[in-house]
Design a protein around this ligand. Structure first.
Ligand code: SF4
Length: 378
């Protein structure tokens, strides 16, 4: 006999997991402990499932990379303005970005709008509740599709995100490097999550798949936290391998982070005779398009920017920076310096380059870094 195949080794491991026991313990803990969130209110009987699923979709999109307490007021404002797919699909991108301002990762907002328009086109405005159909919509990956199907529709669909990776990695002391005879670590996590939610589905418990996945999320956010997990109050403690070994801090194992590349950006603050300031709209496809900013040259320190500032028609008025902001984006460690600039007759104002007053600024979508540096200056 040769090496066991990856699938058979994983199948044996998963079969050895006491799924129903784990699911029961988690559901028992969750019932009195569930954090109140407006999207968790039970679906009123007369609300169609698709409408309930729409609210869960919005909440799950906002919750990616963002804390629950931050999301709640955003979700409430969003649902008051766009309570269903049709109202969202009719919104403009600028309105959606403005509503999203402060949550970051703005492609999530753009994708919500694109997906709403696609739902109008493909499903007549009825938000789909089938996993495969959800995956066809922009911005919806396996995690979000699983969350919508399980939380809103009680389907036994798995979910895996950062919190759940941490929880399952500790529970089963999972390695982050592929092991001989095992599937890739991420694939294994999805298989474990699926076997657990299926075990929950077999229990005599109301809305067990919905409650089980939410319980996993809450466990990862409240007990099985990154530093100093609260193992003494954990309902899974007696099953947890990391707790038995005292090795909680070693999980989840992570490959080393790539180093951040330093980068300098140069921006100009240009005022007209009425004290309004010049802003440009990001038009290229990619990060933050549709947002407004001070005229900015990325990856361009002052010396290089002076050779030919873009857009043409702008000049440097002083070499002393008005403000400096240090921030991170993806793999960059950015130093943004803003200098005083002036406009010449060659400046071509238009739809993507215009002067705005201080009052107007509040109604224009700006990225977090731009709003911060403007606050410093103004
Ligand atoms: Fe996490 Fe501790 Fe519970 Fe294990 S016992 S799952 S490490 S909180």
């Amino acid at each position: 006999m040769g090496e066991p195949s990856a699938s058979s080794a994983a199948a044996r491991f998963i079969a050895s997991i006491p799924g129903e026991e784990l699911a029961s313990a988690l559901l028992e803990w969750f019932a009195p402990e569930a954090r109140p969130m407006p999207w968790r209110k039970p679906k009123p009987e007369d609300t169609p499932l698709a409408e309930h699923a729409y609210g869960i979709w919005i909440s799950e999109s906002m919750l990616q990379q963002t804390q629950v307490t931050t999301v709640i007021p955003y979700w409430e404002r969003w649902m008051a303005k766009w309570p269903d797919v049709a109202s969202l699909a009719a919104a403009s991108e600028e309105e959606v970005l403005l509503m999203w301002e402060g949550l970051g990762y703005y492609n999530r907002a753009r994708n919500l709008l694109k997906a709403a328009r696609k739902v109008m086109e493909l499903h007549g405005g009825i938000f789909p509740t089938e996993h495969g159909e959800l995956l066809k919509l922009p911005g919806i990956g396996p995690y979000t599709a699983g969350a919508i199907c399980s939380i809103a529709c009680n389907q036994p669909c798995p979910i895996v995100d950062g919190n759940i990776i941490r929880l399952l990695s500790r529970l089963f002391t999972l390695s982050a490097t592929p092991q001989a005879g095992s599937p890739k670590p991420e694939e294994l996590l999805w298989q474990i999550s699926e076997s657990l939610v299926q075990a929950a589905a077999r229990l005599q418990y109301p809305q067990s798949c919905s409650a089980f996945n939410q319980a996993m999320m809450d466990m990862g956010a409240r007990l099985c936290i990154p530093a100093n997990p609260l193992c003494l109050t954990c309902p899974l403690q007696r099953h947890c391998k990391a707790f038995k070994e005292g090795s909680q801090s070693q999980y989840p194992q992570r490959p080393p982070r790539p180093l951040l590349t330093p980068r300098e950006d140069t921006a100009l603050l240009v005022r007209n005779g009425q004290g309004q300031i010049l802003l440009q709209k990001r038009t290229l496809a990619g990060r933050n398009h549709g947002f407004w900013q001070l005229p900015l040259m990325e990856e361009t320190p002052l010396q290089k920017a002076l050779e030919a500032f873009e857009p043409p028609g702008l000049l440097l008025a002083s070499r002393k920076p008005l403000a400096t902001l240090r921030h991170h984006i993806t793999c960059y460690r950015i130093t943004l310096k803003v200098y005083e600039g002036k406009a010449t007759q060659g400046l071509a104002l238009g739809e993507h380059l215009r002067f705005v007053s201080g009052k107007e600024l509040a109604a224009i979508p700006l990225t977090g870094s731009q709003r911060k540096i403007l606050r410093k200056i103004l």
